[in-house]
Design a protein around this ligand. Structure first.
Ligand code: ZN
Length: 362
């Protein structure tokens, strides 16, 4: 052991650390002055290298910390960090000030601005066309006193077929190219939103007025106008004394509101849907040419709007509603087709893809 040497080392460090406070204060003053006096990017960069750089004055002080005792590190470590933060903050502030001045100066020099310049902060999202139309439809139905509802997309045979008057071996089942779920034969992906009718009848008492906007699935090849997944809108009214007159008036009011055309006319043709009797197909005067004839309506002045009818007594019974007391009407149409018509979308695959170039147009 050499006590004299130890004493000497200790004394040297005391001297160094006593002067460290002074050095910290001195470097802070020099650095802040240099930053304050910088008026160009070059002058500011030179101040940064001198004080904040990897081999700058502050880094040198940090190096001195390595030779100190734990107590001294505890005392001077925070002081040096504060020095570095103060100098860095002054540098950042000055730099943004110089950047602003340079931009202004450049703007004054330039007579022509590039109005198409990319401004990343102003990129905003858009609302998907489906969502836009669904909000529109829901507003209309809400204002007419309908409730908005939906049901599960994985359904049982009962809700998708049997309860809707399509028992096993009924030929209408062939019209629905159904996705059966492999492990549980009774489960399927719903082929229409009419499933929600039965669920509503089972849980609500008439009068019932509901609207469903939902995804449905059909096992078919995809092309420009077909997809294995699309959307349907469905509405249903059940009360005492509901008749064909209610159906026609309700359908016309809804379609007029939907296309925002008060003079829109409907015409009906007989149609077959197992869950209604009688069933009708509804056409409307072409909302794009007001019935004059255009390419959308193939010059006929009419376009198909959807299917409707008075709810079949068997369906009411399946839902637990007595068809001797109550009657009802239902209307369904292809929401996907409506969106494609309204926005002039030529290919259903665009609507179901996620191309930003396509979606940002809406
Ligand atoms: Zn037309």
């Amino acid at each position: 052991m050499l006590p004299s040497t130890e004493a000497l080392d200790f004394e040297r460090i005391i001297v160094t650390t006593n002067s460290l406070d002074t050095q910290i204060a001195s470097i802070q003053t020099q650095c802040l002055t240099a930053i304050e006096q910088a008026h160009t990017t070059q002058q500011l960069e030179s101040a940064r290298v001198t004080f904040l750089g990897r081999q700058g004055e502050i880094a040198k002080l940090m190096d001195a910390l390595k030779g100190m005792s734990v107590e001294q590190k505890k005392e001077f470590g925070p002081k040096l960090n504060t020095l570095k933060q103060n100098c860095q903050a002054a540098f950042d502030e000055k730099q943004s000030g110089i950047d602003q001045k340079q931009l202004l100066a450049a703007a004054q020099r330039e007579q022509n601005f590039d109005v198409s310049a990319y401004i990343p902060n102003q990129l905003t999202g858009t609302i998907h066309p489906y969502t836009q139309i669904i909000e529109h439809i829901e507003n209309i139905f809400n204002s007419m006193g309908f409730t908005i509802t939906d049901g599960p997309e994985i359904e049982t045979d009962f809700y998708n077929f049997t309860a809707l008057n399509i028992p096993p071996d009924h030929p209408a089942r062939d019209l629905h190219d159904t996705f059966w779920l492999a492990h549980e034969k009774n489960l399927l992906l719903r082929t229409h939103t009419s499933t929600a009718q039965i669920r509503a009848m089972q849980t609500q008492k008439p009068p019932i007025a509901l609207c469903v906007n939902g995804r449905v699935y059909r096992h078919e090849a995809t092309d420009a106008t077909h997809d294995f997944q699309f959307m349907q809108t469905e509405c249903m009214v059940i009360d005492k004394g509901i008749s064909m007159a209610n159906l026609l008036a309700g359908t016309q009011s809804i379609l007029r509101a939907l296309f925002e055309q008060s003079n829109l006319e409907i015409r009906v043709r007989p149609g077959y849907f197992p869950f209604v009797e009688p069933g009708i197909e509804v056409d409307i005067t072409c909302p794009f040419c007001q019935g004059k004839g255009c390419s959308t309506c193939k010059r006929t002045g009419w376009i198909e709007a959807g299917g409707a009818g008075l709810i079949h007594p068997n369906v009411l019974k399946s839902g637990g509603i007595d068809p001797n007391i109550y009657s009802g009407w239902a209307l369904g149409f292809g929401l996907t087709r409506l969106v494609m018509l309204k926005y002039g979308i030529p290919d259903i695959r665009l609507l179901h893809g996620n191309s930003l170039n396509f979606l940002k147009q809406f």
